[in-house]
Design a protein around this ligand. Structure first.
Ligand code: HAM
Length: 426
């Protein structure tokens, strides 16, 4: 038997009803904040992620699904391609490629699968789904303002509340800008020098190539050492400090609670200034339901114009998991309003005609088959969770009135064809 590949899974009804509920709530909230949808390709040039996300990150150095193109054309041959491990780099590439700033398009959202070769476990998959948004644009359009950071964070709080997810915690930090990074890296290297020999091999490499990434380390034995290291928050320049203070002030004024976490650096290299994660207690080890931050230099590093931006991605798998704690997907699943039971030869065509009429009235119809005995039709209708069963037999067709039975109460009435939509909707 062929099974789904490790780390991938089928999303089945009734759970898919929950997925749709989350996606449509997100679309509603995005609309209220004037975000528009973008859909970028599922694979991109490997170089996009190497340059955008950063060579030294776990994502790029260990987790990408990468292959060499076997295209025949000279321009394709040997190109390195990668299934997108995240969507921010793709959105910024598209922003540059289509000069979206010329069209005033500076608030974009996406919903779709991402791919990372991580060790699969509860809440962690190799194909997982993100709902994300990016507010990006020329500084003249206000994209550098702390008001954008606060707006994006407030929008997230609104969405989580709308979904009925209680007990989330917003962890907030500022990772500064390039100015601060140089001084911080020096201090970090100095602090690491005497201790790095006791740390894991990844950290020993990071200490040389990109010391900030030491904070991504998950090895338990390294944590007490990491706790003693200097924090980026101690190195913020005046502008970054002011920016962070403004973000916190707006959040406080609009009533979005947050906790400061100066160890939070996020596992992607493009972040500057505001960085954040929303965590949820009920999820266990994989407790980050979403993450994001500002990435003011990303556009330039991908060859585009200056375009400060801030965004986030929600782990949809994890949001759905936290909803499963409280709501039942079963109750969100669409059930047929009526099950049509054609009774006897020639009745399939009659039932099809009637189904077509009812569906035009937005009634959810399930269809049986004229070869079914009445008992089997009743069983099938009940199993499908239909509210009514409607018998379509020769007598009914002749009279142009049909036997409509309420499957819950057992009440049965004969209803003229023209009255059926209203009667069923009742
Ligand atoms: P990220 O923190 O790598 O950020 O991913 C965001 C969220 O995706 C995580 O908080 C988690 O909920 C979910 N996630 C990540 N990996 C997995 C996995 N293997 N299985 C299930 N869920 C997962 C980004 O991807 C950035 N692009 C976010 C961003 C947008 N920053 C600025 N704009």
């Amino acid at each position: 038997m062929i099974k789904a590949v490790r780390g991938t899974r089928d999303l089945l009804p009734p759970d898919t009803a929950l997925w749709n509920f989350v996606e449509s709530a997100a679309r509603d909230v995005f609309r209220a904040y004037n975000f528009q949808e973008i859909r970028t390709p599922i694979f991109e040039s490997t170089e996009l992620f190497a340059r955008g996300v950063g060579e030294e990150t776990d994502i790029v150095s260990k987790e990408m699904f990468t292959w060499e193109d076997r295209g025949r054309a000279e321009s394709e041959k040997g190109n390195s391609l990668t299934l997108r491990p995240e969507n921010t780099a793709g959105v910024v590439r598209a922003y540059i490629e289509h000069k979206l700033w010329d069209h005033g398009l500076n608030k974009l959202y996406y919903i779709g699968p991402q791919f990372r070769r991580e060790r699969p476990q509860k809440g962690r998959y190799r194909q997982f789904y993100q709902i994300g948004a990016e507010a990006i644009g020329p500084a003249s359009a206000g994209s550098e303002s702390p008001a954008r950071d606060a707006e994006v964070l407030e929008m997230l709080a609104t969405l989580l509340d709308r979904l009925g997810i209680a007990g989330w915690n917003l962890e907030l930090n500022s990772v500064g800008c390039l100015n601060d990074r140089a001084a911080f890296n020096d201090a970090l290297r100095k602090a690491l020098e005497p201790v790095v020999g006791k740390m894991c091999t990844d950290c020993q490499r990071r200490a040389v190539t990109n010391p900030l990434r030491v904070f991504d380390c998950k090895v338990p034995a390294d944590q007490p050492i990491i706790d003693t290291l200097p924090r980026i928050s101690q190195f913020l320049d005046e502008a970054c400090h002011t920016h962070f203070e403004a973000v916190k002030e707006i959040l406080t004024k609009v009533g979005v609670p947050f906790t400061l976490n100066d160890r939070l650096v996020r596992g992607l290299d493009y972040y500057t200034r505001t960085a954040f994660e929303f965590t949820h207690g009920a999820l266990g080890a994989q407790n980050a339901i979403l993450g994001g931050g500002r990435y003011d230099g990303l556009s330039e590093s991908l060859g585009g114009p200056a375009a400060p931006g801030i965004g986030f991605a929600i782990g949809e798998d994890r949001i759905v998991m936290s909803l499963q704690e409280s709501s039942t997907a079963e109750s969100m699943l669409t059930k047929p309003d009526v099950y049509l039971a054609p009774l006897g030869a020639g009745m399939n065509a009659q039932a099809a005609r009637l189904a077509r009429e009812l569906r035009r009235h937005d009634i959810v119809v399930d269809l049986g088959d004229e070869t079914f005995r009445l008992k089997k039709s009743f069983e099938t209708a009940t199993k499908a969770g239909a509210k009514y069963i409607l018998i379509v037999g020769e007598n009914e067709v002749k009279a142009d009135a049909f036997a409509l039975k309420n499957l819950a109460t057992g009440e049965q009435v004969s209803v003229p064809r023209a009255d059926l939509p209203n009667k069923i909707r009742e």
